[in-house]
Design a protein around this ligand. Structure first.
Ligand code: NAP
Ligand code: MG
Length: 402
């Protein structure tokens, strides 16, 4: 069989530990035998980030702006322990944070569903994608501990010197204070990323805030979404047969639990932090959660939602057998290849991504899986396989499909 040709390279960001091991296995076993893989390679492994003073992360993000589509392996975000372990020059920032800041993107997390792993919520039949706003609110707040009586005020001094002053509270005793902010520009980017993503996957978009209580702050989010929807997206949503739905956050939570799934759920920063963990857990496993960063200009960076699976890596280094689930990393690759194929008009690439996903789902449905899933799957006969054998099993099914 002739290999599939690519026109424009994918930005490939390699990473750390067990996911780096899996990365190479996926390329060797499931991609390179079928595709004339064209990538621009950036090594975001911690050692190389340190050698380049983290310039490689910036370069990789800029390359994503140039080519439009990237695929990223999980990477270590260094802490004090990692600084010692890798003898680092300094405690480099989270690569995901750096890339997100350069692309100004929104992260969409969606579970991979298999029939034999039932969500904890019985009504959920389709994936729920959580989109989290990644700027401001309580994550960029200013806090103050009030130790005794006094007046707290909210003061804004405009550039022309005009002052607005409101009393927050006249304290009679000790308490706490918090100031937070957001920007119309950031909320607008978030809204556009969500509308574009919903159109892309042809799913309804839900958005919720607490605008009845927060009549200026949360109401601004609601208004910006509504305005952008009316002006730029309503006609396209109608044409695609999907809808945009706004409700209060408490109502959204109740409705999500009773729903069948199958929607994109846009959340403010804090709501997204909390709800994405709830949704991920309720669907079963972190190893089955995909993640894609979408910029307002329409650049995509695909990855797995989990980390570098450090515990398994140390077992691997000791020569012990591992049973690490490669599904989310594999789906990062298929997501990126499909997007590349769509943009460049290469149908074979789009079809290959679909076939590879189907072969991997079939493997699990037939009872062949890694340890993490075996603990959750409801099947009479389960064959637990190691990291490498899982990929070989997928390859066998892929070959019989092609
Ligand atoms: P982790 O890598 O997500 O793993 C936590 C645990 O979840 C594992 O020990 C394992 O449980 C289970 N698990 C996660 N992915 C799995 C998979 N594919 N197959 C099977 N089991 C899986 O989180 P961590 O150990 O807390 O973090 C390790 C490193 O990852 C850290 O340095 C962190 O900075 C980094 N990180 C990177 C990203 C990213 O690049 N996007 C995200 C999160 C964390 P058992 O041990 O019980 O088998
Ligand atoms: Mg969190």
């Amino acid at each position: 069989m002739e290999k599939i040709k690519m026109k424009v390279p994918l930005v490939e960001m390699d990473g750390d530990e067990m996911t780096r091991v899996i990365w190479k296995m996926i390329k060797d076993e499931l991609l390179e035998p079928y595709i004339d893989l064209k990538t621009e390679y950036y090594d975001l492994g911690l050692k190389h980030r340190d050698e380049t003073d983290d310039q490689v992360t910036v370069d990789a993000a800029l390359a994503t702006k140039k080519y439009g589509v990237a695929v990223k392996c999980a990477t270590i975000t260094p802490n004090a322990e990692r600084v010692r372990e890798y003898n680092l020059k300094q405690m480099w920032k989270s690569p995901n944070g750096t890339i997100r800041a350069i692309l100004d993107g929104t992260v969409f997390r969606a579970p991979i569903l298999v029939d034999c792993v039932k969500p904890f919520v019985k009504t959920w039949k389709k994936p729920i994608t959580v989109a989290r706003h990644a700027y401001g609110d309580v994550y960029r707040d200013v806090e103050y501990r009030v130790e005794g009586p006094g007046r707290a005020e909210l003061v804004f001094t405009a550039e022309n010197g005009e002052v607005s002053r409101q009393t927050i509270h006249d304290f009679k005793g000790a308490g706490v204070l918090l100031g937070m902010h957001n920007l119309d520009q950031s909320v607008s980017s978030f809204a556009r990323a969500c509308f574009n993503y919903a159109l892309d996957v042809k799913q309804d978009l839900w958005f919720a805030t607490k605008d009845t209580i927060s009549k200026k702050y949360d109401h601004t989010f609601k208004d910006i979404f509504q305005e952008i929807y009316k002006k730029e997206y309503e006609a396209r949503f109608k044409a695609a047969g999907i809808e945009y739905f706004y409700t209060l956050i408490d109502d959204a939570v109740a409705r999500i639990i009773r729903s069948e799934g199958g929607m994109v759920w846009a959340c403010k920063n804090y709501d997204g932090d909390v709800m994405s963990d709830m949704v991920a857990t309720a669907f079963g496993s972190l190893a089955m959660m995909t993640s894609v960063l979408v910029s307002p200009e329409g650049f995509y960076e695909f990855e797995a939602a989990h980390g570098t699976v450090q515990r398994h890596y140390y077992q691997h280094l000791k020569g012990e057998e591992t049973s690490t689930n490669s599904m989310a990393t594999l789906f990062a690759w298929t997501g990126a290849l499909r997007k590349r194929g769509e943009i460049d008009g290469i149908n074979e690439l789009v079809d290959f991504a679909g076939n590879l996903e189907a072969a991997s789902l079939k493997t699990i449905e037939e009872g062949v899986m890694t340890k993490d899933l075996a603990q959750l799957a409801q099947l009479p006969d389960i064959k637990v396989v190691n990291t490498a054998d899982f990929l070989k099993e997928i390859r066998a099914r892929l070959d019989s499909m092609l």
